[in-house]
Design a protein around this ligand. Structure first.
Ligand code: AMP
Length: 265
């Protein structure tokens, strides 16, 4: 695996692959876990070369404290990426990605409205802008995203459609810990007691889906199962034609999101 620290360096490394190769891109913010590894492996199975980006994108954080506390462990990430079949790890600086004077933003409406869009104003603007920049820098044929961030997938698909990007978006199912909690870089910030409380989120998704199958109110069932965890929202939304139950909730100082497609077997 080779690491590139600048846009110029990565472009030089990818030059030999501009024709005849299928470049796969996995955009990430690092602090790798099994979810990231599943994306790397999915890319490895269908693409060559596999590029992963590691960039804690300041423009998608509304809360400076959340950005400052975001977990980072680059030496560990380098090891995991290498073991998971990544060929090129692109870890640019903030100055390289957003130099002084940067003034162009991608404002997706449609899929970006509601849910996370309501609770994290400006979040999807930062996500869409950094992803479009990564797409133009890497010029992948395929990009991989996780179902865990289902609205993010919808926003990226909206942008790909609206801007006629020649790019295939693939979605990898949510990877969970044995206890059901969706893997997330933010989970390391949970105390043992908070983690126990956070398990109410996957339980609530399960209760919601069970109710849905019985023709009952999935949102009410999920809310009832949240057991004192106060959600930002519990909602059913349509993502790519799939009814999906989505929850965002704060446990202690950590905000967690999770979702489950309701049509899943
Ligand atoms: P992040 O580094 O948190 O921005 O995530 C990078 C990519 O990994 C995004 O496409 C996420 O949706 C995906 N991802 C994060 N957690 C999981 C998970 N538990 N299962 C599958 N994909 C995930």
């Amino acid at each position: 695996m080779k690491a590139a620290r600048t846009i110029g360096e990565l472009r030089r490394l990818l030059q030999p692959f501009r024709t005849g190769s299928t470049i796969g891109l996995v955009p990430t913010m690092g602090a790798f876990h099994g979810g990231h590894i599943a994306l790397f492996r999915a890319a490895r199975a269908t693409c060559d070369p596999v590029v992963a980006s590691l960039f804690v994108n300041p423009t998608q954080f509304g809360d400076p404290a959340d950005l400052a506390a975001y977990p980072r462990d680059e030496p560990r990430d380098v090891r995991i990426a290498e073991e998971s079949g990544v060929d090129y790890l692109f870890a640019p600086s903030i100055d390289d990605m957003f130099p002084r004077g940067h003034a162009t933003w991608i404002d997706v409406e449609g899929a970006a409205l509601g849910l996370e869009g309501d609770f994290r104003p400006g979040h999807f603007r930062g996500v869409a802008t950094v992803c479009l920049k990564l797409f133009t820098i890497v010029r992948p044929q395929v990009a991989f995203f996780g179902q865990k961030d289902v609205q993010q997938v919808a926003v990226i698909r909206q942008m790909v459609r609206d801007l006629n990007l020649e790019l295939d978006i693939r979605v990898v199912p949510t990877v969970r810990d044995q206890d059901g909690l969706a893997l997330s870089s933010r989970n390391v910030r949970l105390s043992a007691a908070e983690r126990e409380r956070a398990l109410a989120i996957p339980r609530a998704l399960g209760a919601g889906r069970a109710a849905y199958r019985l023709g009952r109110d999935a949102v009410a069932a999920a809310r009832a199962a949240l057991a004192g965890v106060e959600p930002d929202y519990v909602a059913i939304a349509d993502f790519d034609g799939r009814p999906t139950l989505a929850i965002a909730a704060r446990v202690g100082g950590t905000r967690l999101i999770d979702n489950i497609p309701l049509d899943e077997r």
